[in-house]
Design a protein around this ligand. Structure first.
Ligand SMILES: NC(=O)C1=CN([C@@H]2O[C@H](COP(=O)(O)OP(=O)(O)OC[C@H]3O[C@@H](n4cnc5c(N)ncnc54)[C@H](O)[C@@H]3O)[C@@H](O)[C@H]2O)C=CC1
Ligand SMILES: O=C(O)[C@H]1O[C@H](OP(=O)(O)OP(=O)(O)OC[C@H]2O[C@@H](n3ccc(=O)[nH]c3=O)[C@H](O)[C@@H]2O)[C@H](O)[C@@H](O)[C@@H]1O
Length: 434
């Protein structure tokens, strides 16, 4: 199949590369010419394990192309995927500016009948809007069929997830378009769930909102565990053994971040409000998460009283391990709070420092290793559970820090291990050790 993918971020590029790997002829289009140059040379502009290798392989085999020119990108395409960003507007809605622009780009540059597939996360009704925008431009010169095909990949495991997803959801009112999407995706060998367009759009928001709810729920339980001297790790384990609950997404921590859960939960609250539905449950999920992100700061404030002049080692900056993505990372909120309280933040992350510098250019001093960050610190904040952070022995904290006081936002160490070392250790949902 001849496919064009518009937008080469985490979703577009991974989708384009994986579709080429299963045999399709794919042209990826992005307005950012510097990204296009980089990709033509076989380099991904984002960090995703396995992506560079797969890109190079498919470029070499003549199935994967890149362009900044929409007309050129659409010239052979039978199917066009929309994978541009849908960020959050100031009032929390999904910003559809980029999707609308792509719909116009399609209308202005298409040269045959097309199936248009929306991979971006978009509010219910958006695929119909995309069809209207395109149809208004091409009138009845060409036929356009739209399909909602939401994406469920996770950053850091995006390539793996594309080949091993639990399901592929496709929604359309065109049987023909659904059959084409089934044919495109068949080589992945993943169960395909077919539905109507609006339900497909809703499945994406409902899935992210549900996962966010699980996280806020376990974080609330963790906060209770701390007050009741229980251990949230054991609680989550005991809960998760019930198949109806499931063990995944019950890891207590400093809240969810990233480019999607925060914006998608907020967008769903707005979507609900437009149909006069007050989504109270989801509002609470968001509120719990906002508080949870500040937890390490609150714990440190309680412990030290005054944080001014204190040097804090921040271990990890990305919103989770194995990604360079800093969008909505807890490290941003924590760094700003610490600096406002007069503390000095010395931070290390194996991958995300360049992106962090764009968001926190002056607030934070960046260093090249866990050890450098710990050197002379009054306290350590564990923010991202990188392997490098988890594998740093507690001896190193003792040797390098001014005082080995650890605030672990990701429960990287077992309490048994911590007992073996003369460190002060505060974690999430577990008793502190002094
Ligand atoms: N990041 C993730 O893990 C996931 C994201 N999603 C959804 O997928 C969508 C895309 O997200 P990301 O890949 O993170 O976005 P991103 O922000 O990383 O990338 C978007 C890309 O689109 C390009 N672009 C913007 N307008 C364009 C146009 N008119 N023509 C060509 N290119 C254009 C930008 O230059 C950028 O490279 C969003 O709706 C997001 O909610 C869904 C599942 C997972
Ligand atoms: O729509 C999206 O963009 C994607 O959002 C999430 O993927 P992602 O944001 O890449 O990362 P997750 O692994 O889901 O983690 C999100 C956040 O939740 C936190 N988290 C996750 C799981 C958990 O048990 N506890 C917890 O605090 C992580 O630390 C991280 O900050 C979903 O998992 C994907 O299915 C979805 O496609």
């Amino acid at each position: 199949m001849q496919i064009a993918v518009v937008g080469t971020g985490y979703v577009g590029l991974v989708t384009g590369v994986c579709l080429s790997d299963i045999g399709h002829h794919v042209t990826c289009i992005d307005i950012d010419e510097s990204k296009v140059e980089l990709m033509r040379d076989g380099h991904a502009p984002i960090y995703e394990p396995g992506l560079d290798e797969l890109m190079k392989k498919n470029i070499d085999q003549g199935r994967l192309f890149f362009t900044a020119n929409h007309r050129e990108g659409f010239s052979e395409a039978e199917v066009v995927y929309i994978a541009v960003g849908t960020p959050q507007t100031e009032n929390g809605e999904a910003d559809l500016r980029f999707v609308d622009q792509v719909a116009k780009d399609i209308g202005n540059n298409m040269n045959r009948n097309l199936v248009v597939v929306t991979k971006s996360t978009v509010p219910v009704g958006t695929n119909e809007r995309v069809k209207q925008i395109i149809s208004k431009i091409v009138k009845d010169k060409y036929e356009v069929e739209v399909v909602s095909n939401p994406e469920f990949l996770r950053e850091g495991t995006a390539v793996y997830d594309t080949f091993h997803g639990d399901r592929i959801v496709i929604g359309s009112d065109s049987e023909r378009a659904l059959a084409i999407l089934e044919e495109i995706n068949r080589p992945f060998g993943i169960p395909i769930f077919k539905t109507d367009i609006r339900s497909a759009e809703m499945i994406k928001y409902a899935s992210n909102a549900f996962l966010a709810t699980k996280i806020s729920f376990i974080n609330e339980i963790a906060n209770l565990c701390e007050k009741l001297s229980a251990n949230v790790e054991d609680v989550a384990m005991g809960m998760g053994m019930d198949d109806r609950i499931g063990s995944k997404f019950l890891k207590a921590g400093i809240g969810y971040g990233g480019s999607c859960f925060p914006k998608d939960t907020s967008a769903l609250v707005q979507i609900a409000s437009f149909v006069k539905h007050d989504f109270n449950l989801l509002k609470s999920v968001i509120e719990v998460n906002n508080d949870q992100r500040l937890l390490l700061f609150e714990k440190a404030k309680e412990r030290f009283g005054d944080l001014s002049g204190k040097q804090i080692a921040m271990l990890g900056l990305a919103f989770k391990p194995n990604t360079d993505d800093m969008r909505e990372a807890a490290s941003i909120t924590l760094s700003r709070e610490l600096v406002n309280a007069g503390a000095k933040v010395v931070a290390y992350d194996p991958i995300a420092i360049n992106n962090a510098k764009k968001i926190l250019p002056n607030e934070v001093e960046y260093v090249d290793s866990v050890e450098e960050a710990l050197h002379g610190a009054d306290a350590a904040f564990i923010v991202t559970e990188w392997d490098e952070v988890k594998n740093t022995n507690l001896d190193v904290y003792i040797k390098l820090m001014k005082s080995p006081i650890i605030f672990d936002g990701r429960n990287c160490f077992s309490l048994d291990k911590v007992e073996e070392y003369p460190v002060e250790y505060h974690s999430i949902g577990r008793p502190s050790k002094y």
